[in-house]
Design a protein around this ligand. Structure first.
Ligand SMILES: *[C@@H]1O[C@H](CO)[C@@H](O)[C@H](O)[C@H]1NC(C)=O
Ligand SMILES: *[C@@H]1O[C@H](CO)[C@@H](O)[C@H](O)[C@H]1NC(C)=O
Length: 337
């Protein structure tokens, strides 16, 4: 072996040794954030404090900072000095010189909603290097139902399934329950339902009405919102007097009642022809309730040709229905006054 080769091996071995030594010395004296207060939940008006304990603190500068975005933060304190003057803030430095450690206690009085967020304890090592640990401060706030994510009204065709979802914000996360207006029984039975999504299976016209979404999280009053449910269905006709007896030259009224939603178009027919209001007939359609239309065909003065069948026909976008009414001359004349 040549002398220079021996020297190289020796030199390499020595330099490796010294580097290991330097590294272990650095580890034992590097500052460490040994303790930070766990995540906090506070209510508006509370006083809180949180701690950061640093070992091997030496002459390092320890700061509390508040995260303002993913990457941005604002420094609140450095060592025992506030860098942001807010009368609600206090910083206390507690040194344990023997153990070479220090605790930085950051206090906030009269908590406000805007105090929520991440707080970071930072030990500045160099201009470009720091060690950090953070805690999250959550502020309780009441449940609020989200306007844009919760419908005001829903439309369903009878026989179809319907799902209504309600979304609420708040901390802690609100729970959602449902009730019907006027304390009506829920479609699936019972007086209420717990869950974010209300499901109505094979909707029935009786399921129509107002449903309350109620969001609560134990903070303040629960929030509630009324959601209107409309159930569409095809017309159905009922006739109380399908046979009407009346004498010549007298007036007669033929009446049919149509259940339908949306509101139906109701027409009267005789011998295949649509009847119009005029000198002999008068037709009046009246909505007697949300889903009910009453149609009356009035014949002012009956003549011979008016006896026979009349049809009340009702149509909406879901279908059609009709009923037959019969006008006849009584065999025994009705005594006139
Ligand atoms: C913070 O540290 C101080 C001093 O060590 C202690 O009295 C206090 O209880 C600690 N507070 C919390 C929230 O850990
Ligand atoms: C009205 O109902 C009658 C009886 O079913 C039917 O013959 C007629 O075609 C209907 N008219 C219309 C315009 O739907």
């Amino acid at each position: 072996m040549h002398f220079s080769q021996i020297f190289l091996v020796l030199w390499c071995g020595l330099s490796l040794r010294s580097r290991v030594l330097a590294a272990s010395a650095a580890v034992s004296s590097a500052p460490v954030i040994s303790d930070i207060t766990p995540d906090l939940v506070a209510s508006v008006g509370d006083d809180i404090e949180f701690n950061c304990t640093v070992e091997n603190v030496g002459r390092m500068s320890v700061s509390w900072a508040k995260r303002t975005s993913e990457i941005g933060s604002v420094v609140l304190s450095m060592r025992n000095i506030l860098s942001l003057s807010d009368p609600r803030y206090t910083i206390v430095e507690t040194n344990d010189d023997k153990a070479n450690k220090a605790t930085y206690t950051f206090k906030i009085t009269k908590i406000e909603a805007t105090d929520m967020g991440a707080y970071e304890c930072q030990v500045i090592l160099t201009a470009t290097d720091k060690i950090t640990k953070k805690l999250n401060l959550a502020i309780k706030h009441p449940a609020i139902i989200s306007e844009e994510n919760t419908p005001k009204s829903m439309l369903v065709t009878e026989g179809q399934n319907l799902e209504i979802s309600c979304h609420a914000d708040g901390f802690p996360q609100p729970t959602i329950s449902w009730e019907r207006e006027n304390r009506a029984i829920m479609p699936a039975g019972g007086s209420s339902f717990d869950g974010q999504t209300l499901r109505i299976k094979e909707a029935h016209r009786l399921d129509r009405g107002g449903y309350y979404c109620i969001a609560s999280n134990g903070v303040g009053q629960p929030d509630r919102r009324l959601i209107r449910v409309e159930v569409e269905f095809r017309p159905q006709i009922s006739v109380q007097r399908p046979k009407i007896a009346q004498m010549l030259s007298h007036a007669a009224e033929l009446e049919c009642t149509v259940q339908a939603y949306p509101a139906p178009a109701v027409f009267w027919y005789r011998n295949g022809a649509k009847l119009q209001s005029g000198s002999n007939y008068k037709i009046s359609n009246t909505a007697s309730s949300h889903e009910s239309t009453t149609s009356i065909l009035r014949i002012n003065s009956i003549n011979e040709l008016d006896f026979g069948d009349y049809y009340c026909n009702a149509t909406n976008k879901l279908g059609h229905a009709d009923a037959r009414l019969h006008l006849f001359q009584p065999v025994i004349p009705v005594p006139s006054m």
